[in-house]
Write a protein that binds this ligand. Structure first.
Ligand code: ATP
Length: 578
């Protein structure tokens, strides 16, 4: 919570103003029961009617001032909490952007979303409302009790009798309601995830004719949600009347005991009525004690979760004196590189050299370490042993932003934003002209199909590119990488959904580019890799074969096996035709 309060400190004035309004408001409020007492004792009983105007004016001024002060207080508190919430969300978001891939391997999206959403809102509620109200209630309670004590200490003690019961009941109610609320909140998260997954995967559901099953699953969750809400209503139903009863019991006890004082002549009726007015200033803080402690506890738990994220220092960051090359040529060398995510090595002693403008193809069985290998170039992960050099410099010594700006990555898992096609491509180069966008799409063999769409480049694609075929999505993501015109281009299984003809044309376009990037291409198809300057074949994290297409065929090893497998059908057809 301490760190969150740091944000509040910046806006001291917006703390001082509402607190000052609150104190003045409370002070004014304390006069109300007193004035009502005067009205009864002096205006009505002693018939000092000349006081009536003054008393009414006093009550009027108090009411009016409290309204104005209330407005100032609400406005400034809201302003403060909104500012804190905006800045907290901004800082968490910025911080999350700086975290390395390995962090996202451990965390799930839902949890991170809760940090930015639910947890910040909890803190926001406490800062803007809870803490202020807790202080206000404490001041009310202490001041009202001091006044009551000075008016009639015996009666003041009578009024205290029910307070512990009220506080205990309020705390118990809050505990049970808090638990019920937590259950509902957890369950709503499950309900939302189920609905979201169902809608996102609606094609799969329909393809497997699982609609009925999905509906039943949702209905069941909905029923549980109903039961949890009923449970919460039951808790209210049980505790709320008891709290009302004890609150009123307190008033009845004070009025009964006060009646005796009035009958005995040690207290006037007006004083008793005033007394009654002050008692509610004791009762309300007690009734709210449970709710407020819960609100503040929740906020402090949320603040702790936020703090946990904010305190993570990204392990992949710039060295103390990073090299900032003016231009990266694109010479890439892997020197005795080994890498592991956990205990087991997924890359072992890799040695590889790519000259600027060369194409290196990486083949291998699934899970052999291909993606892990190319992830080391842009420092999405850092090597465990050995080093990766770009233009002769260890990547860990190169300014990270410069390094990543010189790399274009098309990853296996295509991600497109729910924006227009042009905007998606522009992500690769912020200030790209429309002509440049079109040119990149031409090179990526995407221009033709985009032109055929009704809105062309302005076509807004759904979440993750829904509405486009797998191959079309891949081509847009390739265009996005090409427009960046980086010195190093990495295609991680980026042509797998393309037909052979389009793939051939695309690779030809890449080869004919004016400034040819050093290209790393991961592929399973021989057709995609056969023209590479060097092909490496990975197995269990080790390079088991390397060479050009022809050299590897001559070797009659793993590459040759894949070749035979892929061309078997083709040769069969050829034989049939002959
Ligand atoms: N983020 C990760 N955390 C832990 N282990 C991982 C992670 N990513 C990959 N691995 C493991 O590392 C090994 C190599 O994975 P990698 O993705 O590099 O293989 P790949 O050759 O690219 O596979 P594919 O052809 O299926 O894409 C696999 O055993 C995989 O389970």
């Amino acid at each position: 919570m301490k760190n969150v309060l740091r944000y509040v400190k910046k806006y001291r004035i917006f703390v001082v103003i509402p607190f000052a309004s609150m104190i003045i408001s409370i002070a004014l409020d304390m006069f109300n029961p007193y004035l009502i007492g005067i009205m009864i004792d002096r205006v009505l009983k002693k018939e000092e009617f000349e006081l009536l105007g003054k008393v009414l004016l006093g009550i009027g001024i108090i009411t009016f001032s409290r309204t104005i002060l209330g407005y100032i207080r609400e406005f400034t508190f809201d302003y403060l909490s909104t500012r804190v919430s905006i800045e907290l969300k901004r800082d968490i978001f910025n911080h999350i952007q700086s975290l390395p891939f390995s962090y996202f391997d451990r965390m799930n999206t839902g949890e991170l979303m809760s940090r930015i959403g639910e947890d910040v809102d909890n803190v926001w509620r406490a800062v803007g409302f809870g803490i202020g109200l807790a202080i206000e209630n404490t001041i009310y309670f202490i001041t009202a009790f001091a006044i009551l004590f000075s008016m009639n200490w015996k009666l003041a003690l009578v009024s205290l009798i029910t307070m512990p019961f009220l506080a205990i009941l309020a705390m118990r109610l809050e505990k049970k309601i808090g638990k019920a609320y937590e259950d509902i909140s957890d369950h709503v998260a499950v309900l939302n995830t189920t609905a979201q997954e169902n809608i996102a995967g609606v094609r799969l559901v329909k393809a497997f004719a699982r609609e009925k099953h999905e509906i039943l699953k949702f209905l069941e969750l909905n029923k549980t949600n109903y039961n949890l809400n009923m449970k919460q209503a039951n808790v209210w139903g049980k505790f709320f009347p008891a709290i009302e009863f004890i609150s009123n019991l307190c008033v009845v006890m004070v009025i009964s005991a006060g009646g005796l004082f009035v009958a005995g002549g040690s207290m006037s009726i007006g004083e008793l009525v005033s007394f009654n007015g002050y008692i509610w200033m004791l009762i309300w803080p007690m009734r709210m004690i449970g709710w407020l402690t819960n609100l503040i506890a929740q906020a402090s738990a949320s603040a702790k979760k936020i703090e946990n994220i904010m305190s993570i220092v990204p392990e992949i960051k710039d060295s103390d004196n990073p090299v900032v090359p003016e231009k990266i040529q694109g010479n890439v060398v892997f020197e005795n590189v080994s890498f592991k995510y956990g205990e087991e090595y997924v890359l072992k002693n890799i040695n590889l050299s790519a000259k600027a403008g060369n194409t290196i193809a990486i083949m291998g069985t699934t899970g052999s370490g291909k993606t892990s290998l190319i992830n080391l170039i842009g420092r999405y992960y850092d090597v465990c042993e050995g080093r990766v050099l770009v233009d002769g410099c260890d990547v860990r010594d190169i300014h990270l932003e410069t390094l990543r700006n010189s790399i274009s990555l098309v990853s296996q898992d295509v991600f497109l934003f729910s924006e227009s096609i042009a905007e998606n491509v522009r992500l690769g180069k912020e200030n790209a002209t429309f002509e440049e966008i079109k040119e990149a799409c031409r090179e990526a063999c995407a221009h033709e199909f985009i032109e055929e769409l009704e809105d062309g480049y302005d076509t807004v694609i759904g979440e993750r590119g829904i509405g486009l075929s797998g191959g079309q999505k891949q081509r847009i993501s390739i265009a996005r990488a090409l427009i960046k015109d980086a010195s190093i281009l990495i295609l991680d299984d980026a042509t797998s959904a393309l037909d052979m003809e389009t793939e051939y044309q695309l690779l030809k376009n890449l080869n004919n580019r004016q400034r040819k990037a050093t290209t790393f291409i991961i592929a399973h198809r021989i057709s995609a890799v056969k023209n590479a300057d060097e092909i490496i074949f990975l197995e269990n994290g080790e390079i088991v074969e390397r060479g050009t297409h022809q050299e590897l065929l001559n070797l009659r090893g793993r590459y040759y096996e894949v070749y035979c497998e892929q061309f078997k059908d083709f040769e069969n057809i050829q034989q049939e035709v002959i």
